[in-house]
Design a protein around this ligand. Structure first.
Ligand SMILES: [Zn+2]
Length: 442
């Protein structure tokens, strides 16, 4: 009997030693590499080997700030020792400069062994230029056109705006936001996805917390306004999240962005003039129409921005900072804007408008019978080319961004993502008020 047991034990031991063993260290990763060829591709490569044939190599990318990782099968020739590659074509699946995260590999062999490689970082970089950087934990500014003072002045203004917004509303910037300033128009256009309209002056990729702006090295005044304006949008949209941003009235969004362009807040003289004239002539636009896209007409668009600033300024003065903070918190939860205004301010849009008009010395507006849905202006887009006509052009031709399969979702409707309306992961920003200024100045 004892012999039989010994024999059985030996036999079992033999079987165990002959059968493939799934072990953690069966698969080894020799090298794991990342190369970015800007606006061409991102190349992820891994060299790995195992005692059994490698059967599956999956690349996992975790984008900073995005909840779920992107996964894709890498290409390789089957064998025990292989080199696998995943080629992310940036022409087809565009990502702006500054997008970063971590990647790793999940490898399997035919014996059932599995291996997860160490994590490494990746970053999309526009390597065409020698970027200068100023950064603090909440914000990083990149530029190459102007000298150190150029960037320093813009950075200081942006930080000032961010501090003021944070102090007023309690909005905390948890992850670093990035703004890239492109000196030349051609450089800027070359940094974006193919076939983008050449009148676009800036783009916000809200969910990555990245904005690209065309700001010439000789146009410091524009950079000083555009940067805090766009930074405010990035901060607010991040605070609101995807859901909150959808229902967020455009006038609140643009009004806040304009409010923090200057510290203390101020309306530039040309807007001031427009607003005063509209008060005198009783041609102020109904506030409700500013909830959606702004007018395509240049003058009305500028007036829309001026009014947006004025109403936001009024809310700050009349109701207090904490009410703005409360509004943001409520919109984050989503809901009808009138319900939110009533809850926080005690008035609906028309009630707020009436109080605001009285405050700025405008006549009471004769409120037409409400038809239910607000009447939006036509879609608003602008030429960003200072040499072209200042009259805006419709943004309907804006190019949708092709989508990677999972992580970065594509913009479903670029029109809804103009400056101040960046709703989805990849958003398109067009910087309207500034462009008017610009067009006028040049
Ligand atoms: Zn804006």
């Amino acid at each position: 009997m004892k012999r039989v047991i010994v024999f059985l034990m030996l036999a079992l031991g033999l079987i165990v030693s002959v059968a493939p063993v799934a072990a953690d260290d069966a698969i080894t990763v020799t090298t794991s590499q990342f190369t970015c060829n800007f606006n061409k591709n991102m190349l992820f490569q891994v060299e790995t080997q195992s005692r059994a044939e490698i059967s599956k190599v999956e690349l996992v990318m975790q984008f900073d700030g995005l909840p779920s990782p992107f996964r894709a099968d890498a290409k390789f020739d089957v064998g025990n020792k292989i080199q696998a590659t995943y080629d992310w074509n940036l022409q087809q699946k565009y990502l702006p400069t500054g997008v970063a995260g971590q990647f790793w590999w999940e490898i399997e062999d035919r014996a059932g062994n599995k291996k997860t490689s160490d994590k490494k970082t990746f970053r999309v970089e526009d390597s065409r230029f020698k970027w200068q950087t100023l950064a603090e934990p909440r914000f990083a500014l990149y530029w190459y056109g102007g000298g150190a003072d150029f960037g320093k002045a813009i950075f200081a203004r942006a930080i000032q705006a961010m501090d003021a917004l944070q102090k007023d509303t309690g909005v905390v910037v948890e992850r670093q936001l990035q703004i890239f300033l492109y000196d030349k128009r051609a450089d800027f256009l070359g940094a974006m996805e193919p076939n983008v309209n050449d009148w676009v002056g800036g783009r916000a990729y809200s969910d990555y917390g990245i904005t690209l702006i065309h700001v010439g090295a000789t146009d410091l005044a524009y950079g000083l306004v555009a940067t805090p304006h766009e930074l405010t949008h990035l901060i607010i949209h991040r605070k609101l999240g995807d859901i909150g941003t959808v229902g967020f009235p455009r006038w609140v969004d643009e009004g806040l962005a304009m409010y923090y362009e200057f510290v203390p807040p101020a309306l530039e003289p040309e807007y001031e003039t427009l607003l005063k004239r509209a008060i005198q002539n009783d041609t102020l636009l109904p506030l409700r129409t500013l909830s959606g896209n702004f007018a395509t007409d240049a003058r009305q668009a500028s007036l829309s921005y001026a009014q947006s600033f004025s109403v936001v300024d009024f809310i700050y003065r009349r109701y207090g900072k904490e009410k703005i903070a409360q509004l943001l918190a409520e919109f984050r939860q989503s809901g009808a804007s009138d319900d939110i205004f009533r809850k926080v301010l005690g008035v609906d849009t028309e009630g707020l408008e009436a109080a605001w008009r009285q405050d700025i010395g405008a006549k009471p507006r004769v409120i037409p019978t409400r038809s239910g849905a607000p009447t939006p202006f036509p879609t608003f887009g602008l030429s960003t080319d200072a040499t072209s006509t200042p009259a805006p052009r419709v943004a309907s031709a804006a190019t949708p961004v092709p989508a990677p399969t999972t992580a970065p979702r594509a913009s479903s409707n670029p029109i809804s993502q103009l400056c101040g309306g960046a709703f989805s992961l990849i958003a398109v920003g067009i910087f309207a008020p500034i462009l008017y200024r610009r067009a006028r100045r040049i």
